[in-house]
Structures are given as C-alpha cells and as structure tokens.
Design a protein around this ligand. Structure first.
Ligand code: CIR
Length: 304
C-alpha cells in the first residue's frame, strides 16, 4: 500500500511520479496547442524533438536515482504528451485528488491508474464536475495551502486559466483547519511572457523559509504582498519577465537543501548556492518550450 504524505514543497522526497516523454506524438497542430509558448515554437518551427526531451527527462531521473528517490512513471499512451505529471492530480496530506483537468489532457490520468490502485481507496478523491483544478496551481506550505486561480469574469475565454474559484472553495471546504489562500494570476492565451500558466510558473518556496517569485505574475498587488509578509522580502528571489518565461520558478526540491535546476539559470543557481542549497543542474531547455519545467514534470507522493 502506498502511504501518501505531502505537507510542503521541500521536505525530503521519498516517492514521486515523474512524467514521460516517449510517444509524445507529432508536433501538434496550432489549434490543438493549449499554451502560448508551445504555439510560439510550433509557429517558429522550433518545437522540441521527442529524442531531446527523453534525454532531459532521463537526466532528471538520474538525479532521483542518486538521491534514492523511488520513481514511478506513467504507462505510455501513444501520441500523448505525458511530461507534465504535476497537473493531473495532487496530494494534500494523505489524500490523493484527481484533477478536473483541461479536457485535452484528461486521458493522461488513465496512465497513472495502476499507481492509484496501490493507494487506500478511501483516500482517493475526485472533485465535483464544476470544480476546475490542476496540480500546478496547488502548493502546500505548512498550515497554508496556496492556490493559483483566475478571478476575471472572462475565465471561460482563457485556456490558460485552469483552476477556478469553485476549485479554491472546494479545497477550503475539504481542509477547514488549513489557511487556504488563493492568488489571482495574470493570464494570456497568446503571449507567453504575460502568462502565469499555473502558480508554479510565477512562484515557488525553496529551502525552509525562502521562495522564488515573479511579482508581475499576480493581478492583485495584495496577493504579492501576502507572500512578502509570510516569507519576508529578504528571503524572496525576484525573477523578471524573461526569467519567468524560461521558467526559473519551476525548479524542483528533493530536500530543503537539495534542488534540481536548469543549467542555464545562472543567477538563480548562484543565489541558491549562496544560501547553502546544493544545486543539481540538468538540461531542460527543450521541455521548457512547452511552458513547463521540473516541478511541472513531477508529482510527489511521499515527502518526509
Ligand atoms: N504546472 C505547470 O505549469 N505545468 C505545465 C503544463 C504545460 C502544458 N503545456 C499545459 O499547457 O498544460
């Protein structure tokens, strides 16, 4: 039996689902893409090759092996992008929530059913249909649950808005003992630099008391100030629009003092090291072209 336990973003990782790039399918047609960065690369003829993405994911897997993390992989579905395991489900404490994800991505869930079957069925939950929610928008931080959302009345127009206020309210009802705080994120269907696709595309805690943040990713300055109050300005590493675009906030913690990061994130990696964090650098710039990076590729099941 898989005994789930996740209460924060950085505690020692024991078991994780890591997405898979094999049988990703051909370059998508423009109308089938669901994020602006993929669209940009489809148009430019620079959409990532499967063989390069497989190499990047295997480099990530090798870091997990080095740190004795047990890795589960999805079953391979033909012509299906299964890289971003993060979004299709999420663990809060010892509960496993299946996301009500973008319908284009729904079938990705079938490929991890064999892992879900190893869990206590009373701990596996599917939210009601009106709840839109994706794991990239859910972040655990002690007594807090942070949730990325989009509050505009034009929510239905944004394929890049994946978690609605029904999703936020649902988590509030499920966890009355926690402080559930939602963040209204900037969305753009067409300009990747203006799009915080999920909360983890503009914010992520690291270590024990620090975080990476892109201030302009928040529509409401009060939301940004909320995080400044929790972490303290001196503990926040601010990233600019370009760094957000390259997905600097989407690194991944194996422990409070061990982070996996992209090898080109020079400024960030230096800051992490200057704060006593070991940085395992890997190449991930091809996968980044699909508007997701390392956190997006993982779904932690057990952190101690
Ligand atoms: N948590 C994340 O930000 N996940 C990245 C998902 C990227 C994928 N192209 C999507 O639009 O769903």
């Amino acid at each position: 039996m898989l005994k789930l336990h996740v209460t924060d973003e950085t505690s020692h990782l024991k078991e994780v689902i890591l997405g898979i790039a094999k049988d990703n399918g051909p370059v998508p047609a423009l109308e089938d893409a669901y994020d602006p960065k993929s669209i940009e690369h489809i148009k430019a003829g620079t959409y990532p090759k499967e063989s390069d993405m497989i190499k990047e994911m295997e480099a990530f897997n090798a870091v997990f092996e080095k740190y004795n993390v047990k890795v589960h992989r999805p079953e391979i579905l033909k012509d299906c992008n299964q890289i971003f395991s993060r979004d299709i489900a999420f663990v809060i404490d010892d509960y496993f929530f299946k996301s009500n994800i973008l319908p284009d991505r729904e079938k990705e869930l079938d490929a991890i059913q064999y892992i879900i079957d190893q869990m206590d069925p009373s701990k596996v939950i599917r939210p009601p249909g009106e709840v839109h929610i994706e794991g990239g928008d859910i972040m655990l931080w002690g007594e807090h649950i942070f949730i990325g959302t989009y509050k505009g009345a034009d929510y239905p127009d944004y394929i890049t808005a994946r978690t609605n206020m029904q999703g936020v309210n649902y988590i509030k009802e499920m966890f009355p003992g926690k402080i559930v705080k939602e963040f209204d994120l900037q969305k753009s269907n067409t300009i990747a630099k203006d799009n915080a696709l999920h909360l983890d595309c503009c914010f992520q805690p690291v270590g024990k008391d620090k975080a990476i943040i892109h201030k302009e990713g928040f529509r409401d300055l009060k939301d940004y100030s909320y995080l400044v109050n929790i972490f303290g300005k001196e503990n926040l590493f601010h990233i600019d629009k370009d760094e957000m675009y390259h997905m600097n906030s989407n690194i991944f913690s194996i422990a409070p003092d061990v982070v996996v990061s992209e090898k080109n994130f020079t400024r960030l990696n230096q800051w992490l090291r200057s704060n006593g964090i070991t940085v395992e650098e890997i190449p991930y710039a091809e996968i980044a072209k699909q508007e997701g990076l390392l956190r997006c590729s993982t779904m932690p099941l057990i952190r101690q």
